[in-house]
Design a protein around this ligand. Structure first.
Ligand code: 5HM
Length: 343
C-alpha cells in the first residue's frame, strides 16, 4: 500500500479514508482495529507537518513531545504535561517515573556522544564524497523483545539519505496508530529531519514513513469519520527553519521549555531568531490556556512572527473564551511566579 501526499493533513485523510474502506480486521491487546500491513506514506513537503483541523489541533502537544525527544529525557512528568494520557498509552503504573521505551535517551542522550550527534558527525564527513546508505539511527532494540512493561518503541529506525543537495528521511515503524500516533510521529521526525538538514547545510528533501502495521482502532472510528467530514483543510506549513547550525537555538528552546513547564524564569533571549522565539511562544500558549489567562494569550498571539501560528492561536483563544464564559476557575494550576514575565 503506497500513499503519496504533499502534506501531513492530506496523508492523514487519505490513510484514514482507505483504512475505513479496505482495512483488514485485526485484534491486538489494545482492541480491535482495521489494518494495512507494509504501508509506505510519502510526504513531499515535510514542513507541512501539522494538521489545521479543529479536532486534531495537536500542534503544541506535538512540539512538546518533539522537545521531550530532543532533551534526551524519559521522564513521564515531562511528557504528561503535553500528553496527559501518555501513561495509559504505555500501560505504565501510576507510580512509574520513567518511560522505558522513550525515544529521547535512545537518540539524543549523551550530548556529543549521543546516537544522533554521532550519526550527524559521520554524515558530515561523507558529504560530497559518497551517497551514504549507512546513516541509520536505531530506536527499537533487541532488549525490547523482553519489555519491562507495555512501552515497546513503535519506531524501529530513522535512515537519513543525503542526495543531490537534499536530505531525505525514511522512518520505519513496526506499528503506527493512524489517529493517535501518526500525526505526532510525522511532526517529530520531520522536525528532526529539518534539524539534521540544517546541521549539514542541506535542503530539506522528502519524508517517507514505512509502517509494518498501520491501523485505526474501532474506538476511534467515529472521530476519524468526523475528521474526514470536516472536508478539505487548507495546507499549513511551518516556516522553514533558519539556515546554519540549529543546536544553540535548540538548547535555548529546551531551557525555555523547561522554565515554562515548571514555572521558572525563562532564559535570556540573545540572538535567537523569530522562528525559535515563536516556538517558545507556542509553549507559553499552553501554559496560558492552563492558567486561563486570556489577556496574555491575546498579547502573545499578536507577538507571533508567523501568521499561521496566529490563526492556530485564534482557535485556542475562541475555545478559552467559550470555556471562561461557561465554567468556573479550574483548580490545581500553580500560579505563575512574580518574576516570570511573558515576553
Ligand atoms: O501493541 P503495540 O505495542 O504495537 O501498541 C502500541 C500502540 O501505540 C500501537 O497502536 C502503536 O501504533 C501506537 N504508537 C504509535 O502509533 C505508539 C508509539 C510509541 O512508540 C508511537 N506511535 N510513536
Amino acid at each position: 500500500m503506497h500513499f503519496k501526499a504533499a502534506t501531513l493533513d492530506d496523508a492523514l485523510g487519505d490513510v484514514m479514508r482507505r483504512l475505513l474502506r479496505r482495512g483488514e480486521r485485526t485484534r491486538s491487546g489494545k482492541g480491535p482495529a482495521r489494518e494495512f500491513t507494509g504501508a509506505l506514506i510519502e510526504i513531499s513537503d515535510p514542513t507541512a507537518r501539522f494538521s489545521r483541523t479543529e479536532g486534531r489541533g495537536g500542534l503544541i502537544s506535538f512540539l512538546g513531545e518533539t522537545l521531550w525527544y530532543l532533551s534526551g529525557s524519559d521522564r513521564l512528568s515531562f511528557i504528561e504535561y503535553y500528553i496527559p494520557k501518555y501513561r495509559t498509552f504505555i500501560d505504565a503504573s501510576p507510580k512509574a517515573v520513567k518511560a522505558p521505551g522513550a525515544y529521547g535517551p535512545r537518540l539524543f542522550r549523551g550530548g556529543e556522544k549521543s546516537q544522533m550527534a554521532t550519526l550527524l558527525e559521520s554524515l558530515k564527513k561523507k558529504l560530497g564524497k559518497s551517497d551514504t546508505r549507512q546513516a541509520v539511527a536505531q530506536i527499537f532494540d533487541r532488549s525490547d523483545l523482553k519489555p519491562t512493561n507495555g512501552d515497546v518503541p513503535c519506531t524501529t529506525t530513522l535512515q537519513f539519505l543525503p542526495r543531490r543537495g537534499k536530505l531525505n528521511l525514511i522512518t520505519t515503524m513496526r506499528s503506527n496508530d493512524v489517529y493517535r500516533g501518526f500525526p505526532g510521529d510525522v511532526f517529530a521526525f520531520t522536525f528532526i529531519q529539518e534539524l539534521a538538514a540544517r546541521s549539514l547545510g542541506l535542503e530539506l528533501g522528502t519524508y517517507r514513513h514505512f509502517v509494518g502495521s498501520l491501523h485505526l482502532y474501532d474506538k476511534d472510528e467515529s472521530k476519524a469519520r468526523d475528521y474526514l467530514n470536516e472536508g478539505f483543510q487548507t495546507p499549513v506549513s511551518m516556516p522553514p527553519m533558519p539556515t546554519g547550525d540549529p543546536w544553540t537555538s535548540v538548547s535555548w528552546l529546551l531551557e525555555a521549555e523547561e522554565a515554562i513547564r515548571i514555572g521558572l524564569p525563562e532564559p535570556q533571549v540573545t540572538e535567537i531568531s523569530p522562528y525559535w522565539l515563536d516556538l517558545a511562544r507556542l509553549l507559553r500558549i499552553r501554559r496560558l490556556v492552563k492558567e486561563r489567562d486570556l489577556r496574555q494569550l491575546v498579547q502573545l498571539k499578536n507577538d507571533m512572527a508567523n501568521p499561521e501560528y496566529k490563526a492556530f492561536i485564534r482557535g485556542r483563544q475562541v475555545a478559552l473564551q467559550r470555556s471562561l464564559s461557561t465554567q468556573p476557575e479550574l483548580p490545581g494550576i500553580p500560579p505563575r511566579p512574580p518574576n516570570m514575565r511573558p515576553q
